[in-house]
Design a protein around this ligand. Structure first.
Ligand code: SAM
Length: 592
C-alpha cells in the first residue's frame, strides 16, 4: 500500500494511514508474531507519520488479533464459501450464528485482542442488505503447517469442534476437505492445518479478491489434497504458482536449523469462477541459495526462473497429482498426449476387465504375516515361497523361506488380511506382476505362488490374474521407458531418480494403457509374443539378445502409446521401427 500510493505528499500520507489502520487485519495464536507484524508496519509508516502532529503513534493501533484458532474464529459469522448459497443461508440464520463466543474467548484480556475492533471486522464480513459484500480484497498468509493428528493432540479449536461434530471435515467454510463429490474416500483423510487455512482464506475474500499463501509442495502431490486441487481448479481462478527448490528457506526462522521435509510454493488465486481458457502462470525458481528478498526481486525481474503457462483445465483434469507442473513445457505436452490413452481401470475394474479380457486383475499389496517366522524347509506342496525380489532381471528366482497356505485364524501361520487387501485374490492368482514400492522401478513376472508381508517402509505390490497374456503385456507396458518417465514425473524432490515410491494407487491413478484397435492389435500381439521370448531368454541367460528384445519391445510400446507410424513388424525390422519412432516429438523426452 505504501509503495503503491505514497508520493511524498502529506495529503497522501493521511489516506494511506487511514487505509492501513482501517483495512489491515491480522490473526495469530501467539502474541509475538502479532507484535512483529505491528512493529514492522509502524516502522514502514514512520516516514509518513513523522510529518504529522502525532505525539503517540502507537495510540492508533493496527488491527492484529490474538485468536485461539483462526479457523474457528469465523465459525460464528455468516461466512460461507460457496458461490451462490450465502444469501439463503444468511436469511435462514438471521445473519449471525453466535454459538462459539464462549469458546473463542481467550479467558483473559489481551493487548492484541480488541473485541470492538474484532466485532467490527466480523460485522463487515456479514451479509448486509443494500451494502455490497464487504470482505477482504487480499488474504496473505504463511499459514502454520501442523499435521492432522498433531492438531488433535494440541486441541486446536476447529478440531475440537469437529470432534463434537459441530463442524464437519466435508464442509470447512464450504470446502469439502474430506472427499471429492461423488468419490468418497474409504479412509479418513489427514489434511494438514494449512488446508484449513486455504478454506478460510478463500471464505474471507470478496468476489474478485485474491489470496496469496506460501504452503508446502505436498499440496501438489499428497492424495489427501485432491480435494483442494479439485476445489481450486473448479471454483477459483488460479493465477500463479511459484515453486522453489527444496533447499530454499532452510535455516530461517526461529527453528532455523530444523530440517524441513518439503519445499515450498507460493499460490496466488483469485476468487472468481475460472474461464475455460484460464492459463496459470507457473514459475520455477532455480537458485537454491538465494536470500528470500533477492529471490522475490529476481522473480519480479524474470531472473533465475523458468516460466510457463499451464491451462487450468489441464489441472482440473488431473487433480490426482499436480507435480507435473514442475516439468518443462514439452514434457507437459508429452504428459497431456499420454493422458489421451486409455485409463488402466480397464484392468482393475473387474466389470470392464471381464468384458474386455474375460478375466480379473487384482492390484494389491502384501499380507499381514511376519516373514521372520517363515519356514526354512518346504513342508507341504501348497506352501508359498516368501518373496525374494531379484536384484536384477525380470523373473522371481529364489525365496526367503516358505509360508503355509493357512486360512484358519486359529492357526499359527494364518494369512491375515490387512484392511486394504482384496481378500486373498492376489495370492490365489496364477500369474503375477510384482514391483517394489521403493527401489528401482522394475516390474517382474512370476508364475510361482509367492507371498510377502506388508511393511510400512519397504514393501511390494502386485497385479495378479489368470490371464498370462495380458500380464505379459502389462509387464512390458510397465517396464517401458514411457511408464518410467511418467512415474518419474511424480517423484518428490527428495526422492532420487532410482528410488521412487511407486504405490499401487500411483499406478492406478497415473498409468494409462494404449487404446487398442483393429489397426494396432498386431503390435500388441507382437509385444506379448516378444515378452514371452524375452522372459524365456532370461532363464537361459542370453543377456545380449535379451537386451535387444527389450529395446525392440520398448519401441513397440512407444508406438502404441503415441501412435507412431510403423509399417513392418518383427525383430528383423527393429532398426527401422526405432527410426520411425524417433521421428515422434516425444521420443526424445521418453529417452532423456
Ligand atoms: C509460519 S508462521 C507465520 C507467522 C507470520 N504470519 C509470518 O509470516 O511471519 C505460522 C503462524 O501461525 C500461527 N498459528 C498456529 N496455529 C494457528 C491457528 N490455529 N490459528 C491462527 N494462527 C495459528 C503460529 O503462531 C505462527 O505464528
Amino acid at each position: 500500500i505504501i509503495d503503491t500510493f505514497y508520493d511524498g505528499v502529506e495529503g497522501k500520507s493521511e489516506i494511506i494511514e487511514n487505509m492501513i489502520n482501517d483495512n489491515i487485519f491480522g490473526l495469530d495464536v501467539s502474541e509475538f508474531p502479532l507484535y512483529l507484524a505491528e512493529m514492522s508496519l509502524l516502522m514502514r509508516m514512520l516516514p509518513l507519520i513523522i510529518t504529522e502532529k502525532y505525539n503517540n503513534v502507537v495510540e492508533k493501533k493496527i488491527k492484529v488479533f490474538k485468536t485461539k484458532d483462526s479457523i474457528a474464529e469465523f465459525i460464528d459469522t455468516a461466512l460461507f464459501n460457496t458461490q451462490s448459497d450465502e444469501n439463503i443461508d444468511t436469511e435462514k440464520n438471521k445473519g449471525q450464528v453466535s454459538l462459539f463466543k464462549e469458546k473463542l474467548n481467550l479467558g483473559y484480556v489481551s493487548f492484541v485482542r480488541d473485541e470492538d475492533d474484532l466485532k467490527e471486522m466480523k460485522k463487515s464480513l456479514e451479509f448486509q442488505e443494500k451494502i455490497p459484500r464487504r470482505r477482504f480484497d487480499f488474504v496473505i498468509g504463511n499459514p502454520p503447517y501442523v499435521g492432522y493428528n498433531e492438531c488433535i493432540r494440541q486441541n486446536v479449536l476447529i478440531f475440537e469442534l469437529m470432534k463434537s461434530k459441530v463442524v464437519k471435515l466435508n464442509n470447512i467454510y464450504g470446502v469439502n476437505l474430506h472427499s471429492i463429490p461423488g468419490n468418497p474416500k474409504k479412509y479418513r483423510p489427514n489434511p494438514n492445518l494449512y488446508a484449513f487455512f486455504i478454506a478460510i482464506g478463500i471464505a474471507l475474500l470478496k468476489d474478485q479478491g485474491k489470496l496469496c499463501f506460501i504452503i508446502p509442495q505436498t499440496f501438489l502431490i499428497n492424495p489427501d489434497y485432491d480435494v483442494l486441487r479439485y476445489h481450486l481448479s473448479k471454483f477459483v481462478s488460479i493465477e500463479k504458482i511459484i515453486i522453489f527448490r527444496s533447499e530454499m528457506f532452510v535455516g530461517r526462522g526461529l527453528k532455523g536449523n530444523k530440517p524441513i521435509i518439503t519445499s515450498s510454493l507460493i499460490l496466488v488465486i483469485q476468487r472468481k469462477l475460472p474461464v475455460p481458457e484460464n492459463q496459470v502462470d507457473v514459475i520455477y525458481y532455480k537458485e537454491p541459495d538465494d536470500d528470500i528478498e533477492i529471490c522475490l526481486n529476481n522473480i519480479s525481474n524474470n531472473k533465475n526462473i523458468s516460466r510457463k503457462k499451464i491451462s487450468q483445465r489441464l489441472l482440473s483434469e488431473n487433480i490426482g497429482n499436480w507435480n507435473f507442473i514442475k516439468q518443462d513445457e514439452e514434457v507437459i505436452n508429452f504428459y497431456r498426449r499420454y493422458g489421451e490413452n486409455e485409463n488402466i481401470s480397464i484392468y482393475y475394474d473387474h466389470h470392464k476387465a471381464e468384458e474386455k479380457f474375460g478375466s480379473r486383475f487384482y492390484f494389491d499389496g502384501g499380507y499381514d504375516i511376519d516373514e521372520r517366522t517363515a519356514l526354512i524347509e518346504k513342508a507341504d506342496k501348497t506352501d508359498y515361497d516368501v518373496l525374494r525380489f531379484p536384484d536384477k532381471g525380470f523373473l522371481i528366482k529364489g525365496n526367503k523361506g516358505y509360508w503355509p497356505n493357512s486360512r484358519n485364524p486359529k492357526e499359527k501361520y494364518f494369512i491375515r488380511l490387512r484392511q486394504a487387501n482384496q481378500g486373498h485374490h492376489l495370492l490365489d492368482s496364477k500369474y503375477k506382476v510384482i514391483w517394489p514400492y521403493l527401489r528401482d522401478i522394475r516390474f517382474v513376472f512370476t508364475d510361482k505362488s509367492v507371498i510377502w508381508s506388508r511393511r510400512t517402509t519397504s514393501t511390494y505390490y502386485g497385479i495378479g490374474s489368470e490371464n498370462k497374456q495380458e500380464l505379459f503385456y502389462l509387464l512390458s507396458l510397465l517396464n517401458s521407458c514411457v511408464t518410467k518417465k511418467i512415474v518419474e514425473m511424480f517423484k518428490l524432490d527428495n526422492e532420487s531418480k532410482r528410488e521412487i515410491m511407486v504405490s499401487s494407487s500411483l499406478i492406478k491413478k497415473e498409468i494409462r494403457v494404449p487404446k487398442i484397435t483393429k489397426k494396432n492389435q498386431h503390435i500388441k500381439d507382437e509385444i506379448i509374443r516378444q515378452t514371452e521370448e524375452f522372459l524365456r531368454l532370461e532363464e537361459v541367460m542370453l543377456n545380449e539378445l535379451q537386451k535387444k528384445i527389450q529395446d525392440y519391445i520398448d519401441d513397440l510400446v512407444f508406438a502404441l502409446y503415441f501412435d507412431a507410424d510403423i509399417s513392418n513388424i518383427g525383430i528383423e525390422h527393429a532398426e527401422a521401427i526405432k527410426s520411425q519412432c524417433s521421428k515422434n516429438r516425444f521420443y526424445e523426452i521418453v529417452h532423456s
